[in-house]
Design a protein around this ligand. Sequence first.
Ligand code: WQD
Length: 337
Amino acid sequence: MKILVTGGLGFIGSHTVVELQNEGFEVVVIDNLSNSSEDVLKGIEAITGKKPLFEKLDLREKAAVQDFFKKHADVNGVIHFAASKAVGESVGNPLLYYENNINALVYILQELEKKENANFIFSSSCTVYGQAKTMPINEGSEVQPAMSPYGNTKQIGEEIITDVAKVSGINAILLRYFNPIGAHPSAEIGELPLGIPQNLVPFITQTGIGLRKELLVYGNDYPTPDGTCIRDYIHVVDLAKAHVVALQRLLNKKNQDKVETFNLGTGVGSSVLEVINAFEKVSGQKLAYRIVDRREGDVTLAYADTTKANDVLGWKTQSTLEQAMESAWKWEQKIRS
Ligand code: WQD
């Protein structure tokens, strides 16, 4: 069983390659290294004892995608992570996001639709829900107008996959992630810190290690118990394991529809201040932070209803917020040592 993982040297991709290899799958990775490094292959090998096949290519090059699928005609499944994912950047540079996140998806699907049967796992996001009206958020919650071009590419991607699956041998599972955090407990792989982190947890650990002066907390005047926003922070290893379970569901033809959707979260909401407290607890040090104005585009509340993932997919998270934070902190200390 050869599985293609696009973006397989990225944060969630690399952790998923580890779990696939742990399950005995043969993995081929495509990555254009725009937001990752080939060194990640060494980390994957250090954990699993096996280095995946690797092809450096840009999925925006249609001919390169066609050549890849000619060379690797035995690929049975694809887990598609490769995409640009910075919400703020997407507002200022929408065409980079539409070209990279949509064209690449179309070129891959064009190759898969030539096959009798193809299995496709799509990296989507809870961002498609915007500010959901009810909590916790289940898969039937209304998909709201996207608040950024990034979020729009995830919505459009889901729609493209749904349309293509209806008229091809493609079976797909859309995985809507909540907030992935942490790193592999071995600290051999983790979130590569390129530039100033947009996300909360890498900014916290970089502040803790002394790389950043202080964390700016974007608002404490939200209608929540402590005034800061609430999110569902999920350990990246738990998230990676969900991808293997979803792929096996398709490979074993257990799917009930051509396209299925699952929310992947812990089901527990944590506020920004609670995440800071988790860091202080696991690191034994105080974090320097300051409350500032709200960040444009932030929703107040987002945490998952995990019923469908638990009962239908047969997957649930194992790690707590503190365990995830501990792995993030261990990774930060490792890469700065
Ligand atoms: C979490 C909370 C911030 C940084 C984003 C994407 C989403 C998904 C996950 C890809 C918010 C607060 C943050 C900081 C802060 N990515 N914060 N100071 O925005 O929930 O989701 O990442 O799919 O699509 O939108 O995650 O980590 O940026 O923010 O106070 O320096 O932390 O206001 O309340 P977010 P985040």
